[in-house]
Design a binder for this molecule. Structure first.
Ligand code: ZN
Ligand code: FE
Length: 254
């Protein structure tokens, strides 16, 4: 089994899994880069998984379905290109012989879901859409800070070696913000230099891992004393949801 991030648009990744013959893709915002990859590797697209309804995640679904007859699976609670199998928390999705557990992770959008595969080439794998980014999290377009905090808490509880397949290369700008929140976090400083080196070579910074994100991502660290103190210095935040909301608000204008 192989895992490949296909670059799309300015900073999206369309994740593709294949076994040398059959393939699945996650959040194909554009069809052409996927069709090119299928052709160059000689693959049949069998499944399309969708995490949420935004155009940069579903824009390629109709053409890919037309060309490949791939099955589409996505959030039951969102308006995505039909026909699609709608799924939500606790549902299991079988694709390419892999089993994915569906998680409800509202916040970025109201019906956003994630796909978690417990066993992929020796370690778990998470397709989290625009909920979690390396060093950051998605903007709250449709959900509340409390919902997003709960969604990120579900990810934080996954095994540390879970590979996190985020759908945008936002890492370096997220890490500049993270350094402003936690200037004393040495793991963060080290990770930032690693990611800068990767980007300088044109390499993706992804996938990340849950353990890396727990060490460096302020949105997964919003209960850590260093993050709470940084936020209290900016504004009075009465509880953990208020701290998280203040953090997300600061990032919006950073
Ligand atoms: Zn989005
Ligand atoms: Fe997106």
């Amino acid at each position: 089994m192989h895992l490949i991030p296909i670059p799309a648009f300015a900073d999206n990744y369309i994740w593709l899994i294949h076994d040398g013959q059959d393939a699945l893709v996650v959040d194909p915002g554009d069809a052409q880069p996927v069709l090119d990859t299928l052709q160059s590797l000689g693959l049949q697209l069998k499944n399309i998984l969708v995490t949420h309804h935004h155009a940069d995640h579903v824009g390629g679904v109709a053409l890919l379905r037309e060309r490949t007859q791939a099955q589409v699976t996505g959030p039951a609670g969102e308006d995505i290109p039909q026909p699609a199998t709608g799924v939500g928390a606790g549902d299991q999705v079988q694709a390419l012989g892999l089993n994915f557990s569906v998680m409800d992770v509202p916040g970025h959008t109201a019906g956003h879901i994630a796909f978690y595969c417990e066993a992929f080439e020796g370690a778990p794998l998470l397709f989290c859409g625009d909920t979690l980014f390396s060093g950051g999290c998605g903007r709250l377009f449709e959900g509340t800070p409390a919902q997003m905090l709960h969604s990120l808490d579900q990810f934080a509880a996954l095994p540390g070696n879970t590979r996190v397949c985020c759908t945008h290369e936002y890492t370096l700008s997220n890490l500049r913000f993270a350094r402003a929140v936690e200037p004393g976090n040495e793991a963060l400083a080290h990770y930032q230099s690693q990611c800068e080196a990767l980007r300088a070579q044109g390499q993706p910074t992804l996938p990340s891992t849950i353990s890396t994100e727990l060490a460096i991502n302020p949105f997964l660290r919003s209960r850590q004393a260093s993050v709470v103190q940084a936020m209290q210095a900016r504004e009075a935040a009465a509880d953990e949801v208020a701290v998280f909301a203040a953090l997300r608000g600061w990032k919006n204008v950073f």
